[in-house]
Design a protein around this ligand. Structure first.
Ligand SMILES: Nc1ncnc2c1ncn2[C@@H]1O[C@H](COP(=O)(O)OP(=O)(O)O)[C@@H](O)[C@H]1O
Ligand SMILES: CC(=O)N[C@@H](CCC(=O)OP(=O)(O)O)C(=O)O
Length: 249
């Protein structure tokens, strides 16, 4: 199973401990790959250096100078998370060309689109009972770093491994009428998702998540579910289709 772990699901040290415990328990039971972001950590490190962030279609405009800070911030977070999860090995896209991307170009600067995943490396680590913990920095053909949205990176990894992916966040799925939790959808088809994005009831941070889920299914993932990292036991429930919103083809 692939689990995407990002900004909202690591808001407090307590929440981080809860999610790490869940991931550790799951990693002992079954093959697991964790792909992480860290929007708030990136934001803080950039702000400390006086770099302002701007987002276009949910993606951070990334100058070469910002890219350096982002790689540093995600590298540090990656090691912390690997330690917290335990039985894990922390990696960034640079390591053995784990995530190779091409620049999207234009105003986004050093933002990339993943073109290949070193699935062999991940399978080798899983084969010796390690949990790969992957930070969402990729490299281009010249070995230069590119910033990739962590949802997108998790979707690409799930597609490459042909496994299911769970996107953990701070809401327990996609709501038809956000923020009314009673309007959570158990399933969301590709057609409904396209309609939701066009009509605007899927918006903000949910947009890259839903897009990543659809892309993961296109690339070969067996399932893609959006669920809340704030509920204990959610990973097993989501894998069984009993929690969150499952995006279906
Ligand atoms: N239809 C919707 N259903 C649920 N959440 C939505 C919806 N539309 C927008 N959102 C927003 O998307 C957010 C999740 O995305 P984001 O903040 O990027 O999460 P993360 O940091 O965990 O990756 C929710 O907290 C919510 O504010
Ligand atoms: C291109 C782009 O936007 N990259 C993201 C990568 C981190 C991320 O996605 O982190 P969360 O999962 O915590 O949001 C960024 O710079 O914020």
């Amino acid at each position: 199973m692939i689990v995407k772990y990002g900004g909202n699901a690591m808001k407090s040290p307590e929440l981080r401990r809860t999610v790490a415990r869940e991931l550790a328990a799951l990693g002992r039971e079954q093959p697991l790959v964790v792909v992480h972001g860290g929007g708030p950590v990136i934001e803080r490190e950039l702000a400390l250096r006086g770099i302002k962030s701007e987002f276009v279609r949910g993606l951070r405009v990334t100058t070469p100078a910002a890219m350096q800070i982002i790689a540093m911030a995600l590298g540090q977070l990656n090691k912390e998370l690997s330690y917290e999860i335990g039985g894990a090995l922390g990696l960034l896209g640079h390591d053995s060309r784990l995530l190779v991307a091409e620049p999207l170009g234009g105003e986004l600067g050093r933002v990339g689109r993943i073109v290949s995943v070193n699935a062999e490396l991940l399978r080798t680590l899983i084969g010796v009972n390690l949990t790969p913990v992957v930070g969402c920095v990729a490299v281009d053909a010249h070995g230069e770093a590119l910033n990739v949205n962590a949802d997108t990176a998790a979707g690409a990894v799930a597609g490459a491994l042909g496994e299911g992916v769970i996107f953990l966040t701070d809401v327990d799925g996609v709501y038809r009428r956000f923020p009314d939790p009673a309007s959570r959808l158990e399933q969301l088809s590709r057609a409904e998702a396209e309609a939701g994005m066009a009509e605007g009831w899927i918006a903000g941070g949910m947009l890259p998540k839903v897009r990543a889920a659809l892309e993961a299914l296109t690339r070969g993932a067996t399932y893609a579910t959006i669920a809340s990292g704030m509920q204990a036991g959610v990973l097993r429930q989501a894998a069984a289709g009993e929690a969150g919103t499952r995006i279906v083809p």
